[in-house]
Design a protein around this ligand. Structure first.
Ligand code: ACO
Length: 434
């Protein structure tokens, strides 16, 4: 963080003295006004519900330029990473700051691979859930429960503990997500197999059964690996901010990540992929492409409460670059699996076509986000809709843990404690006899 030459001056219409605040520059992106001393100097807070203009921290991990539609992990454009790296390269990059060389890659992949098994007792913990529980409810519980199983990596003041917990979380998430799925199906859990890649291993744990040999399909692995890469980190979004806020109290990493999983579940955030596919299926079942026009009218009618799921983003006011890559993967997967005529894909393309021309969407700068196509890809490769957000959580775990670690290493780190504008009753006495 570099001090800028300029400073910000806040003046008041009632004649109170004006106050100056330092301005800092990042590498790229908007400058920030440091208002930490505002309350001390003026007896006032800032008011910014939803954090529309508030930078909550300094970070060197991910950068988004919402107007350009640009996403960088540690400075590298997502378009280049998506075609040149696998997901574990991305994990190394996000966690450690750079892509691994060959020796580092071998070590990192082996380290993750050798932490994929989970404590056997977790199977019994999982069996306490109803089989029809939503996988995100199960995952929130399982991730939080890791703190009860891995006490030897919960000391947040110990850098080694922090590293071990990061590797454990990245390595065990696929196992936990696959277990949640198998349990919902009433099928036996499949143990990880160390001669497979991270993503191939996940595919096998999801879809193999003990009754027959399972050959992992490379098309499916590539598509899921792409989904993992595109979801690995995304700046200070709602779930990442939740992880930071939760972690700022000094809680253990598993508890902080469980909070992130819970936040991600919401339909305005990670739950949008599930909601988007449900929307497409509903539309398909109720007239399909013929009814797209009428549906769009509903979306534009503020009284209907209907939103075009998978569209719009707080930061992107241009095409989400991940959506472009996901659309490309979608085409590849559907063609490789002989599903080119998939009606939901056609429906999605038509909705996108109309939205990109319609003044309602154009004026509000609403474009497809990553979730618009990710559901169609996952459905094509056999992932049930209810698992979509759990897979997102798996992929985002590296971003959450890297951001949590970055926060703890920041000398300016403090417990997060927003203030408020109180509009409730002023002091009053409790009536003596009620
Ligand atoms: N469909 C219809 N109208 C929309 C949509 C949409 N998907 N998204 C935004 N709008 C409209 C709003 O009604 C509002 O209109 P107004 O100015 O006339 O009141 C305007 O666009 C701005 O929308 P806000 O909700 O104020 O924007 P915000 O930045 O708070 O919300 C969000 C962003 C939550 C992503 C929103 O666009 C949305 O609900 N999208 C659908 C859900 C979705 O796809 N979420 C996934 C996000 S990406 C992710 O988490 C991986």
């Amino acid at each position: 963080m570099k001090l800028s030459d300029k400073k910000a001056t806040l003046s008041f219409s009632d004649g109170s003295p004006s106050v100056d605040f330092p301005v800092y520059k990042g590498t790229i992106g908007p400058d920030v006004i440091d208002i930490r001393k505002l309350y001390g100097k003026t007896d006032m807070f800032t008011y910014d519900p939803g954090f529309l203009s508030t930078a909550s921290c300094e970070s060197a991990i991910t950068y988004i330029d919402g107007d350009k539609g640009e996403l960088l992990y540690r400075g590298y454009p997502i378009e280049q990473l998506a075609v040149n790296c696998d997901y574990l390269d991305i994990c190394h990059l996000i966690l450690n700051g750079d892509l691994p060389n060959a020796a580092q890659k071998a070590d990192f992949d082996s380290l993750v691979t050798h932490h994929t098994m989970v404590h056997e007792q977790l199977h019994f913990f999982l069996r306490g859930f109803r089989r029809d529980a939503h996988p995100m409810a199960v995952l929130t519980g399982l991730v939080g429960a890791l703190a009860a199983f891995y006490h030897d990596s919960t000391d947040i003041t110990n850098a080694h503990h922090r590293d071990v917990s990061a590797i454990r979380l990245i390595a065990k998430m696929p196992t936990l997500v696959a277990m949640a799925y198998k349990y919902s199906q009433g099928q036996p859990f499949i143990y990880p197999q160390n001669d497979l890649s991270y993503t191939a291993n996940f595919v096998r744990m999801m879809f193999a059964t003990p009754c027959e040999d399972y050959k992992v399909n490379d098309v499916v692995v590539r598509a899921l690996d792409r989904i993992f890469i595109l979801h690995a980190d995304h700046e200070q979004n709602a779930s990442t901010s939740t992880v930071r806020l939760c972690g700022s109290s000094g809680t253990n990493p598993f508890a902080a990540i469980a909070a992130g999983v819970a936040c991600l579940w919401g339909p305005a955030h990670g739950g949008a992929n599930e909601a988007c596919l449900q929307m497409l299926e509903h539309l398909q079942a109720n007239g399909g492409i013929e009814k797209v026009g009428a549906f769009m009218e509903q979306v534009k009618d503020k009284n209907s409460g209907v939103r075009l799921m998978g569209f719009g983003h707080r930061v992107y006011k241009n095409y989400d670059p991940r959506a472009k890559l996901m659309q490309q993967t979608c085409k590849e997967v559907l063609s490789a699996l002989g599903l080119e005529k998939d009606p939901l894909f056609k429906l999605a393309m038509e909705l996108e076509r109309i939205a990109l021309e319609d003044p309602y969407f154009v004026d509000r700068k609403l474009y497809p986000n990553v979730d618009f196509y990710s559901g169609i890809v996952q459905r094509a490769i056999g992932v049930p809709t209810s698992m979509f957000t759990a897979i997102f959580a798996l992929a985002r775990t590296v971003g959450w843990i890297a951001q949590w670690n970055e926060m703890l290493s920041d000398p300016d780190y403090k417990i997060g404690r927003p203030r408020q504008l109180y509009v409730g009753s002023a002091v009053r006495d409790v009536p003596k006899k009620r």
